[in-house]
Ligand binder design. Structure first.
Ligand SMILES: [Zn+2]
Length: 469
């Protein structure tokens, strides 16, 4: 009898612990910011003062055809943007009076839509062949300049937010801050920092360039569960918005990394294949990159656990066109266009949420904007309509990013990241080539299809400008 009562107490305690654990799901830690707090416009959601860092710009878009990314049909609208946010949308014939100092954009005959999101970039990776000198793989100066160049390619392609899943040292964090402050043109950057893998893991092939745990490399090679925790904490300290893991690792290592990241409020995505995908899925990662081989049971488990997938079909098409990819320790070199598409279909059919990323390494970013457009075309092969492919590129991608409350659709209250396209891309994807205006964080960054750099603003000097007597 006593034994039964004791078991009941133990069971009740275990049950209570489980329900508390479910309510306090670590990756959702931001939900505890309450009251009048405002938080940073990124995944970390650090509390900031009201209006912190908001641009002064006021923009009124008139005569637009609005495809808002919610899944509804396009309709006539006017859109008011103030201090980085969409503050009002008027549909039908209603006119919004232009506030004082508003910049007016006439979008007659054009479509306004949410900015595209790219879930898989490497802003700073070298272009291959040059390990030293002006294009040094791991020197921060070259990495920063490569990143700044690529940011321009992305934003001129209509990409207004990128999830950077592995870049050199501290560089992606610096690039993020410069874009956010409006100092260089580009999409918002959500950096993972260094790609974390086991010693000799994916990303270190051809290696010997850097020692494991080299602080300025693009890849951090960790060893053991404690080593993986330390690697996660280093990226967190530098300002990571998420954590990127790469196979290989042991079950204990990937579990430790996921546990540490989730406790810090960071999502985890992983580049893995075969048995490593299974380990990562069991450890509870949030997203799996690439259409690489995995078992049907793992696909089922991904769907059951709500683990997303970022397809990145286009790089495999480039690899195959170039004769196949033979240099990776990851089991991806036998993939063909047919096998990658089949895996994408399998994930989609199993109910896994799939998103869009381009993974443009080496010099492939020079294929933009077609590279992103090609990934959208690939979604047509997955039976998406043009409109559905655009919703995946915007709203669904913002959900996978964890930013659906602020990005991904053109709605009142959202951050103002949007495009004006000459045509109807929701009916004909190829119309995206006729990109006119790109607005990032409420600032016009692209006009007439290219980066629009206004003359720099001079600050008032701390001395009199009266001529000397
Ligand atoms: Zn990648």
């Amino acid at each position: 009898m006593r034994k039964t009562a004791l078991s009941a107490i133990i069971l009740a305690t275990v049950g209570w612990t489980t329900s508390v654990a479910a309510a306090e799901k670590p990756v959702d830690r931001a939900q505890w910011y309450v009251g009048d707090n405002t938080t940073s416009d990124d995944l970390r959601r650090v509390p900031v003062p009201k209006g912190f860092g908001e641009p002064a710009d006021v923009i009124l878009i008139r005569n637009a055809r609005l495809f808002d990314g919610t899944g509804g049909a396009a309709h006539p609208a006017q859109i008011l943007i103030e201090r980085g946010h969409i503050t009002r949308i008027a549909s039908g014939g209603e006119l919004i009076a232009a506030p004082k100092d508003a910049q007016i954009i006439d979008a007659a005959g054009k479509t306004v839509m949410p900015g595209l999101i790219d879930l898989h970039t490497h802003l700073t990776y070298g272009e291959g062949g040059a390990a030293t000198g002006a294009d040094g793989e791991d020197d921060q100066a070259s990495a920063a300049l490569r990143g700044a160049e690529r940011l321009r390619f992305f934003v001129e392609s209509g990409v207004t937010a990128i999830r950077d899943v592995g870049s050199t040292g501290v560089t992606p964090f610096v690039l993020k801050e410069w874009v956010w402050a409006g100092r260089i043109p580009g999409p918002r950057v959500f950096p993972a920092g260094q790609l974390i893998t086991g010693i000799g893991g994916h990303g270190t092939e051809g290696g010997g360039r850097t020692a494991p745990t080299h602080p300025e490399a693009a890849v951090y090679e960790a060893n053991g569960p404690d080593g993986f925790r330390a690697a996660v904490r280093l990226q967190f300290k530098r300002g990571a918005d998420l954590i990127k893991l790469g196979s290989h690792f042991s079950p204990d290592e990937v579990k430790a990394a996921v546990d540490e990241a989730h406790n810090l409020g960071l999502k985890v995505t992983v580049d893995a294949e075969t048995i490593f995908t299974r380990m990562a899925v069991e450890a509870g990662v949030d997203c799996v990159e690439h259409p690489l081989p995995r078992s049907d049971e793992t696909v089922k488990l991904m769907a059951a656990k709500g683990i997303c997938s970022d397809m990145t079909l286009v790089p495999y098409q480039y690899i195959n066109a170039g004769g196949g990819y033979m240099g990776s320790t990851s089991r991806r070199f036998t993939e063909t266009n047919a096998t990658t598409l089949a895996m994408a279909k399998k994930l989609q059919d199993a109910g896994v949420k799939i998103g869009i990323g381009t993974d443009l390494v080496v010099g492939w970013y020079r294929y933009l904007p077609d590279a992103y457009l090609q990934e959208l075309r690939n979604y047509r092969l997955l039976d998406h309509t043009a409109a559905e492919a655009l919703v995946t590129a915007t709203r669904t991608n913002s959900e996978i990013l964890g930013m659906a409350d602020r990005l991904g659709t053109v709605q009142t209250g959202k951050l103002a990241d949007l495009l004006i396209v000459d045509g109807k891309p929701d009916e004909a994807l190829e119309d995206l080539k006729k990109l006119d205006v790109v607005i990032v964080n409420g600032r016009v960054v692209v006009r007439g299809g290219h980066v629009d750099l206004a003359r720099h603003k001079q600050d008032k000097p701390p001395y009199s400008t009266a001529p000397a007597q």
